[in-house]
Design a protein around this ligand. Structure first.
Ligand SMILES: NC(=O)c1ccc[n+]([C@@H]2O[C@H](COP(=O)([O-])OP(=O)(O)OC[C@H]3O[C@@H](n4cnc5c(N)ncnc54)[C@H](OP(=O)(O)O)[C@@H]3O)[C@@H](O)[C@H]2O)c1
Length: 285
């Protein structure tokens, strides 16, 4: 059963292997989604300052019926914040909006602000934002800290000056987009990779090739996608507010053969992400 499974981060903190994504779940709907997810056994919720639903996530934490300490809550520092003072303020802002005393995992959302994704040099700003995460970690406001969308050089920049190394890198990892070299680099640095958009934001549901492999295992495409990310050793974060989909996404007790894993790793990239291609994370950069 997937809900009994955890990874252990480099600082010893345990993280549930399957999380619930909440991007595009509105602030006034996310508490209900968390309630449904927790009933099914989910304990790991992924949000971000940028999703503008931290208040609702907090409401979900308080109303879901399990104690705070049973849950694993991740949020992300807004990509635009690249100074120490602003980062400290924003971390406290997240704690306040969520209405909790500590956050289990906080990530720098992106090495660059979204309007300059993979653009200019924010090395110093990232080191400053990181210093703020470290300080919040050291006083117990955050149980673990990490990054998202960071490439090798972005991580090297943090490692060059940090006193606490990143424990997580959250990346776009799905069938058709498997950044093998970057994932291997993270593994060597003891950084756990979390897989965002494991179902390619829904776009992969249109792929006949992936559907054929899912049929072979008598599973749905999202189940194949989630299992794929688990077998890569990552933390899949499928997003849904539909309880039926939430339930389907937990039925991943099957094994993809080594041969099929290789086929899936080599699967050609999706042509695009449809109407969502406009988001920097789906820009292919
Ligand atoms: N760090 C970053 O920069 C970053 C970027 C993107 C995402 N993320 C995180 O990763 C999470 C997931 O990524 P995502 O939201 O882009 O997309 P995703 O989880 O790959 O895909 C979500 C889409 O798949 C559908 N879906 C999910 N399970 C399904 C099922 N069992 N059957 C049919 N359809 C299903 C959902 O539809 P329904 O809602 O109708 O079920 C939704 O349209 C986000 O919510 C967020 O927490 C992080």
């Amino acid at each position: 059963m997937i809900f009994e499974e955890t990874y252990t981060l480099s600082n010893g903190v345990k993280i549930p292997k399957l999380g619930l994504g909440t991007w595009f779940i509105a602030d006034d709907q996310v508490a209900a989604a968390i309630g449904s997810a927790v009933k099914l056994g989910y304990r790991h919720i992924d949000t971000a300052q940028a999703y503008e639903n931290e208040r609702g996530v907090g409401e979900g934490i308080r109303s879901c019926g399990v104690s705070r300490k049973e849950l694993f809550i991740t949020t992300k520092l807004a990509a635009e914040i690249k100074t120490y003072e602003e980062a400290i303020k924003a971390i406290d802002g997240s704690l306040e909006k969520l209405g909790i005393d500590y956050i289990d995992l906080m990530l720098i959302h992106s090495p660059q602000p979204w309007n300059d994704f993979r653009g200019g040099d924010y090395a110093e700003g990232n080191r400053e934002a990181w210093r703020a995460l470290e300080d919040a970690y050291k006083v117990g406001k955050l149980r673990a800290i990490g990054v998202s969308n960071f490439k090798e050089q972005d991580i090297e920049n943090i490692l060059s000056s940090c006193t606490v190394a990143p424990m997580v890198n959250q990346l776009l990892v799905h069938i058709g987009n498997t950044p093998i070299k970057l994932m291997e680099y993270c593994r060597q640095k003891d950084i756990l990779v979390e897989a965002y958009s494991p179902v390619a934001h829904g776009e992969i549901l249109k792929s006949p090739e992936v559907a054929t492999i899912a049929e072979k295992y008598q599973v749905t495409v999202p189940q194949l996608c989630i299992r794929y990310d688990l077998q890569l050793g990552t933390v899949p974060l499928p997003k849904t507010s539909n309880p039926k989909h939430m339930s389907d996404n937990t039925k991943v007790d099957f094994m993809i053969s080594d041969e099929d894993m290789e086929i899936l790793k080599q699967m050609k990239p999706l042509k695009n992400y449809g109407e969502f291609s406009k988001f920097p994370v789906f820009s292919g950069k």
